[in-house]
Design a protein around this ligand. Structure first.
Ligand code: ADP
Length: 569
């Protein structure tokens, strides 16, 4: 084929089928014609002059698609080798046959009709848009195809060039994708169903603004109104005039919200108490757990929240709110009962203690008949036991006072070193198996505290060190200044039974006892450390510990130091 054999014209010129149309440029046309068949802008190919089958087949063979050229009566004029391969027909058996030979029978009638329409308005276009088209091989088997049609003038006669593509693989992939999408949708629907049946509020947020991704039904109940998918948390709260308060009723700054801490700082927040105050002034105490999640947990969730696309780089957090109104009410009733019982115990205990001490003292002074040794010992035991009972009732009363916000601190400048020394001397007298030594780099360290309360804290910590070192040993108490943080640091260190790692997070709770303490048969109420933490934190300090089971524990307390100027010295 020489350059004059082929001309192409723009699609818009397709009505003018006469030879010699303008826009002729033969360069590169041989390759351009079959390759451009799928494009709506494909050229209108115009073949003239000396064209024979062999030359045309060379042209058609270049295409990766199977190409079939039919004349106006639908008879096959040419096929390329891809057609032979695709339909398992030798070329010789196809040329001269009706095109229908390549189609399943059910398409024959419709195809004849289409051909007529096409002849009336020939242009480059896909065939059977919206239809599932199939080809039929020589052995009768069918396969899905995609067909593009282009009109073509061959020696001034209209022909149609069809490009046929086997789309079996594409269909298979589409089917697989559809099935995967359906499975993901089903999983998501099941997840939503399960979540909706959970009485706690469960939601997922994403991005530093905590936009809602997914929420269950209880989320609406907890917040008292619906939170729209895609809406940032703060926007939701301000729109609905909802406020978050701490457990003691103070407004929480956003940085303290469990949800924002998890999504902004990647923190894991557990058992955090918040109170939700709704627009109508009603409040709801909730316990919040918030955990930062890996992005992979959002696979299957729609790629955008509301109209906001989910950014794969943004953090995600899962938040669970549990309504603890009933729990709080039960706790309140329990505290009330403990408070009343402890209060009622005070008077009889005071009488018991008073008379036991009077008996001991008066006997010692020689008033009344002399007591034999066992009687004196019995009286001393009664005195010690009542002292212990008084301490216990005071602890119980403190718990109820703290819970009700009725514990008032009497702050005054106090020399912590002297306080430590006092407590150590008193407690050393209660044990012969332990040696309590004090490290005090400074002679004085003044802190602004409620003396009685800090003595209570220290007595608890040293008392525990004694109690939980059943084999005796050294107990070291340190009191020193931490200049950098302007704090006083107290520490109490023992070599006792230690606290098992998995229970260390519990021991500051109310009535909490570690298993190993029970296993050693060491009694206690589990109130001491709870009171210590509450008291220290109310002084603006911190308390924590390090402990290794069977090796010992060290408890640390920090308290703010008062500077000389603050003291007015
Ligand atoms: P308790 O009255 O039981 O001593 P606390 O609140 O003082 O209550 O302590 C809580 C729990 O912490 C104890 O039951 C014990 O298991 C553990 N614990 C506290 N201090 C120590 C310590 N120094 N060594 C080992 N375990 C301790």
């Amino acid at each position: 084929m020489n350059e004059d054999d082929v001309q192409k014209e723009p699609v818009g010129a397709e009505q003018d089928l006469s030879p010699g149309c303008e826009g002729v440029n033969n360069e590169g046309e041989v390759i351009a014609s079959p390759r451009s068949l799928h494009s709506p802008h494909a050229p209108f190919v115009h073949l003239r002059g000396e064209v024979n089958d062999a030359k045309l087949l060379i042209l058609l063979d270049i295409s990766p698609d199977a190409l079939v050229m039919v004349d106006q009566t639908g008879r096959i004029a040419f096929v390329n080798s891809q057609v032979e391969e695709l339909f398992s027909y030798p070329r010789s058996e196809l040329v001269g046959k009706q095109l229908e030979v390549l189609l399943p029978e059910r398409f024959h009638a419709a195809h004849a009709l289409h051909r007529e329409h096409y002849a009336a308005s020939p242009r480059t276009r896909p065939m059977g848009v919206g239809l599932d088209l199939y080809g039929r091989r020589k052995d009768g088997t069918e396969f899905p195809v995609d067909i593009s049609l282009s009109p073509l003038l061959l020696n001034d006669t209209l022909h149609v060039l069809s490009a046929i593509r086997d789309i079996t693989e594409r269909r298979r992939l589409e089917e697989r994708e559809r099935a995967a999408r359906k499975a993901a949708e089903a999983r998501l629907a099941l997840l939503q169903l399960i979540l909706d049946e959970i009485p706690a509020s469960v939601y997922i947020v994403t991005g530093s603004e905590a936009r809602l991704v997914l929420a269950n039904r209880a989320t609406t109940t907890i917040w008292g109104t619906g939170w729209h998918i895609g809406q940032p948390m703060l926007d939701f709260l301000t729109t609905h005039h909802i406020r978050l308060l701490s457990s003691d009723g103070q407004p929480l700054p956003p940085a303290a919200f469990a949800t924002l801490r998890a999504v902004q700082a990647g923190e894991t927040v557990r058992h955090y108490q918040e109170t939700i105050r709704h627009a109508d002034g009603t409040t709801l105490p909730v316990l919040v757990n918030a955990v930062a999640l890996g992005r992979r947990f959002l696979a299957g969730v729609p790629a955008e929240v509301g109209s906001h696309p989910i950014d794969p780089a943004e953090p995600v957090a899962l938040v669970v709110h549990q309504d603890v109104t009933a729990l709080k009410e039960t706790e309140r009733l329990k505290d009330e009962f403990i408070g009343i019982a402890a209060h009622e115990l005070r008077t009889p205990l005071a009488i018991l203690k008073g008379f036991a001490q009077t008996l001991i003292m008066q006997t010692a002074r020689g008033k009344g008949p002399e007591l034999v040794d066992w009687q004196v010992e019995a009286l001393q035991s009664i005195d010690q036991a009542t002292s212990r009972l008084v301490e216990l009732t005071e602890d119980l009363l403190d718990v109820t006072r703290l819970q009700a916000g009725r514990l008032i601190l009497q702050l005054e400048p106090t020399d912590l070193v002297a306080l430590v020394q006092r407590v150590v001397t008193r407690l050393q007298m209660t044990t012969e198996h332990h040696t309590i030594c004090v490290h005090k780099p400074q002679e004085h360290l003044v802190v602004q505290v409620d003396q009685r309360r800090i003595e209570q804290v220290l007595s608890n910590l040293i008392g525990n060190a004694i109690k939980y070192s059943p084999e005796g040993g050294l107990i070291e108490v340190t009191v020193r200044e931490e200049a950098e943080t302007k704090t006083a640091l107290l520490s109490v260190s023992d070599h006792g039974i230690g606290i098992p790692a998995q229970q260390q997070s519990l021991v500051f709770g109310r009535f909490a006892q570690a298993d190993n303490a029970r296993a050693y048969g060491i009694g206690g109420t589990g109130l001491g450390l709870y009171l210590c933490r509450e008291l220290v934190e109310r002084h603006g300090g911190h308390i924590w510990f390090e402990s290794v089971e069977r090796q010992g524990s060290t408890f640390f307390v920090t308290l703010p130091i008062i500077s000389v100027t603050e003291l007015g010295l």
